[in-house]
Design a protein around this ligand. Sequence first.
Ligand code: HEM
Length: 259
Amino acid sequence: MYDSYLYFPATAALYTASVITVLFLIAGAFASITLWFKGKAHSLHHGLNIPAIIKAFIFDCVLQLQILKISFVRWLMHFCIFIGFMGLFAQTSVMAVASHFLPPDTALAGTMFNHVDKLGGFGARVLDVWGDIFGLMLAVGLAIAIVRRYILKSAQLETITKDTVSICLLSTIALTGFLCEGLRLTDPMYADVAAYSFVGNILAGIFSSMGWTAASYTSWVWLHAIVSFFFCGYLPFSKAWHIIVSPIEIVLDASERAK
Ligand code: HEM
């Protein structure tokens, strides 16, 4: 195990929180799978049809064209939240795994983390752009969901507490994430690379004009991390679990229908 990091070091407390979160995720997934196997009737009657699975994965899971046929706004909201969340989840996972399993003397670790230069190299810039693209998507999707559900009160929508909890948690994660980035970028040491974090950079300008500094960065990252861990641990028990379960159901259903 190595201890590389870009902007925020992993401490023993962060490790412990990650492990607890993963245990909750495994327990939740296990509970779902156990429930599926309680079904008496067979749900799969044929062997898997791989071309149908790939087609359904691309068009119905990633691009979600079946929602686009119903409404553009619903599609935009759904697409942005799904892809935004998945992109950020992947980014956080890549950083966590790479920082602990990639030897610091390898070229990849050297470009991602701040061993030599506190700013990191090309890999760090890729992570900066990656985070802001998917973070912006998540924020746009959530903004549409909030307007439709709570301001326009769209007739087709029935809001239950589970929806509100998921939307509140995700919004807090997105807001605190960008708050952290904006606060960090008020520090002049990041001036040369701040433009890569194109959303955080705009926020940094606003924060600087309000006199906010990077001094509280660590505290905000902790709040952001705790809410993120809570959301991930709660995921299998929440409305947002369909982010994981629906793609599995869609591809298996497509495989069955193709036979
Ligand atoms: C799946 C869960 C998570 C989501 C959806 C998420 C989302 C975000 C978003 C939208 C941002 C702002 C854009 C960016 O800089 O990437 C951000 C920033 C950040 N997140 Fe997360 N996050 C998650 C989990 C975590 C966890 C577990 C940590 C652990 C410490 C973490 C640490 C950070 C840090 C340090 C920043 C600021 C990066 C900077 O200074 O530029 N995030 N996150």
